[in-house]
Design a protein around this ligand. Structure first.
Ligand SMILES: C[S@@+](CC[C@H](N)C(=O)[O-])C[C@H]1O[C@@H](n2cnc3c(N)ncnc32)[C@H](O)[C@@H]1O
Length: 431
């Protein structure tokens, strides 16, 4: 079991590489207290966030916002620095996970007590596996699923509105992948046909996770007394409606326009908990709340490029975007899948434009933003996304932007559908 000593030993002593890109650095978070409570493969490095905030002289009394909060890396860092933060996250399960991570002020003994009650109660239950959809049945050994079902139904019957109840739920949801035979692809898509040899037994994984949560809570409580974070389970395209305070700084990483489906990332967890029965339910349950960044999103909503291109928020990039949209509409005819990348890219720019207008309303004059962002090339048609976002930010009323490239992407040509060089980096916006 994880001891506190082991936890400190795990805390990285060396300086992380602050200049590596998003997908490389989130791994660093998986060894850090609280950040490691849920493996969400879309974060940036916590140490990098801390570095940016101190470079900007952001301190207690200031307010930091992440409009695409994900698993809450920015808010957890702000809590360790005593800085107020607001995170907005539209995926209902992701925002719940994010909120749970900010319950680190809970006394660890209460978490232990609740977890023990769940374990005890679970021993007396008879599992009912018949109702689980095939994704779940295929992904676990029968005894592991029986054990998880017992833990789940035990939690369901004991749950209340306490923070410890929610932290124990977080422990349960975070052990699903390590206890499953199914593989996980890059970016967290579940792969039930790719089986793992090594899995952890659920009751053991659960107890281990509770020990980690308790140790991390103690670590946090030794550094800070209260959380100054607010997580809004809502849409960044409308964030001004619910923003409690004016903002001094924004650190964020939006979905990229690269067809990655954030709604699908936690389909496995959502299916286990009965939030969805299968892939077809994901749109209603999550995707429709998110900004458009995948072709399945724009096609499902039957978006029309003519309507999207009329939006006022894309004014300064309209001509260039229109050309890309037209090229994509033509190119798709020669591809079997006929993917709706043309409407995806137009909707993406429109949605990012909406978010930037909201940010202008909530950010103080002279505020600073940093967006971790990458460009894209659907069907090999290049989209200079970072430049477009910079221009949209100027349209929204910010004053300046610049881009620092951190790394090249798509340079390993093998297995790639196109050979357009791509990059990822930091978009700095001020004003
Ligand atoms: C790149 S991830 C951010 C990861 C985050 N930095 C972290 O620490 O985990 C982008 C996030 O934006 C969320 N998102 C997408 N559309 C949104 C919207 N309209 N409003 C708020 N969040 C949204 C996605 O669900 C996803 O979690």
């Amino acid at each position: 079991m994880q001891t506190q000593l082991a936890l400190f030993a795990e805390y990285p002593q060396t300086e992380p590489d602050l200049k590596s890109g998003r997908s490389g650095t989130f791994v660093d978070n998986l060894t850090l207290p609280v950040h490691r409570w849920f493996r969400y493969s879309a974060g940036f490095a916590a140490q990098w966030v801390e570095q940016v905030l101190s470079d900007w002289s952001i301190e207690p009394g200031h307010v930091v916002l992440d409009p695409f909060a994900g698993s809450g890396t920015v808010s957890v860092v702000c809590d360790t620095m005593g800085i107020s933060s607001v995170g907005v996250e539209a995926h209902p399960l992701v925002s719940r996970i994010c909120k749970a991570k900010l319950l680190w002020t809970t006394p660890p003994d209460r978490v232990a007590c609740f977890a023990t009650a769940v374990l005890r109660h679970a021993q007396n239950r008879k599992p009912d596996l018949s109702l689980y959809p095939s994704l779940i049945q295929r992904s676990f050994d029968a005894d592991a699923l029986a054990s998880l079902d017992n833990l789940k139904s035990s939690w369901v019957s004991l749950r209340d509105s306490s923070p410890e109840s929610e932290l124990v739920w977080l422990a349960l949801i975070s052990i699903l992948r390590p206890t499953s035979r199914a593989g996980t692809a890059q970016w967290q898509y579940i792969l039930p046909n790719k089986t793992k040899k090594k899995v952890i037994q659920p009751a053991f994984a659960f107890q281990q996770q509770i020990e980690i949560i308790k140790a991390d809570i103690r670590w946090m409580q030794a550094r800070a007394r209260e959380s100054h974070a607010e997580i809004i389970a809502g849409d960044a395209r409308k964030l001004a409606e619910s923003m409690p305070r004016k903002v001094d700084a924004v650190i964020t990483s939006p979905p990229y326009a690269n067809n990655y489906d954030y709604a699908d990332a936690l389909r496995f967890e959502m299916t286990f908990w009965g939030d969805v029965n299968g892939w077809g339910d994901i749109h209603e349950a999550a995707r429709r709340r998110l900004i458009v960044s995948s072709s399945q999103h724009s096609s499902r909503e039957r978006l029309r490029s003519e309507d999207l291109l009329e939006s006022e928020v894309i004014q300064s990039i309209r001509d260039e975007l229109q050309q890309v949209v037209q090229t994509l509409a033509t190119v798709r005819e020669s591809h079997g899948g006929k993917k709706h990348y043309h409407t995806m890219i137009a909707a993406y720019c429109r949605d990012i434009g909406f978010v930037l207008h909201q940010l202008r309303r909530v950010c103080k004059r002279g505020s600073r933003m940093c967006w971790v962002i990458g460009d894209s090339a659907p069907y090999g048609v290049y989209c200079p996304v970072e430049r477009w976002i910079g221009a949209l930010a100027m349209d929204a009323g910010f004053n300046r932007y610049s881009f620092d490239k951190l790394r090249d992407r798509n340079i390993k040509w093998k297995n790639r559908k196109h050979r357009v060089p791509l990059k990822e980096g930091l978009l700095w916006i001020e004003g």
